[in-house]
Design a protein around this ligand. Structure first.
Ligand code: G3P
Ligand code: MG
Length: 276
């Protein structure tokens, strides 16, 4: 009897090991999810509503964005730790209030036609994204975890987001706060997958695409992990990643990637029409 129970437990454990716990998938049936890196940042100013709307208009499955906390405790969507490169202002995010950050122009640095774009808050982006597009929330700054979980719940997007970070301890905290939210462990240098699992029990690995091999994808899938690669901006590398059977590709050019996937199943999602 003991042996039978032990065998049942073993089978259960191996099934759990091969099935990703919280698998996100393309709502239009693509074999590889198309993720707009900082929005469609190859065409519009990164991490602005213009870039997110463009990714949606191009029919991306998901947008990726970066998050820091302002001095007065608001989560703002911006890549660098200061506003210098992507706005007309200067200063470190963590020393500025959201009101100060909101006064800055986050579009004109790229092209005059984007003048007037603002640094969005995570709350604003999720409000727009729900019912439209999935979101990969990359935690850049410290102390964001509680509010991310609150905002994801507020917008009822638990099954539409993945929280990612190079700081795997932030992901461990997200899992502790809400195990139902999917997480993806970013890395840009070679890492042992078992060590990553031990550190934060993620649902996915999000490696730099140049590190990825067919064997890594097979091993990750066998461990129950999805594989989301960043940042792939040329057709040849896109083709290679698709051949390796990664689960999603993060790119500045969603339209270029969609040309490579050619896997759309019609009728699941109406085409993007709204301009706002
Ligand atoms: O999430 C993938 C990618 O965004 C990580 O690098 O520097 O572009 O945020 P970075
Ligand atoms: Mg990022």
């Amino acid at each position: 009897m003991k042996q039978i129970i032990a065998n049942i437990l073993l089978i259960g454990a191996s099934l759990l090991a091969v099935l990703p716990a919280l698998a996100l998938e393309s709502p239009v049936g693509r074999s590889v999810m198309v993720v707009g890196h900082r929005g469609a940042s190859g065409y519009a100013p990164e991490n602005t509503m213009a870039a997110f709307r463009m990714a949606h208009a191009q029919s991306a499955d998901m947008i990726e964005l970066d998050v820091y906390m302002s001095a007065d405790g608001h989560l703002v969507v911006i890549h660098d730790k200061d506003v210098d490169r992507t706005t007309d202002g200067q200063g470190s995010i963590e020393t500025m209030t959201v009101e100060q950050i909101k006064q800055l122009d986050a579009g004109a640095w790229l092209k005059q036609e984007f003048a007037g774009e603002r640094v969005p808050t995570l709350d604003e982006v999720l409000e727009w994204a729900k019912h439209r597009i999935m979101v990969n929330i990359e935690i850049k700054g410290a102390g964001c975890e509680e509010q991310i979980v609150e905002l994801v719940k507020k917008h009822e997007m638990t099954d539409k987001v993945i929280v990612s970070s190079f700081h795997h301890e932030y992901l461990a905290k997200i899992k502790k706060l809400d195990p139902a939210i999917a997480t993806g462990a970013l890395f840009g240098d070679p890492m042992d997958l078992n060590e990553i699992i031990e550190a934060c029990h993620p649902d996915a690995i999000n490696p730099k695409y140049t590190l990825v091999t067919k064997e890594m994808v097979t091993q990750a899938h066998a461990l129950g992990l999805q594989v989301n690669v960043y940042t792939v901006n040329d057709p040849l590398s896109m083709k290679q990643m698709i051949k390796f059977k990664v689960d999603s590709i993060i790119t500045n050019f969603p339209d270029m990637l969609i040309k490579q996937t050619d896997k759309n199943k019609k009728g699941k999602r109406p085409p993007a029409t709204e301009a706002g």
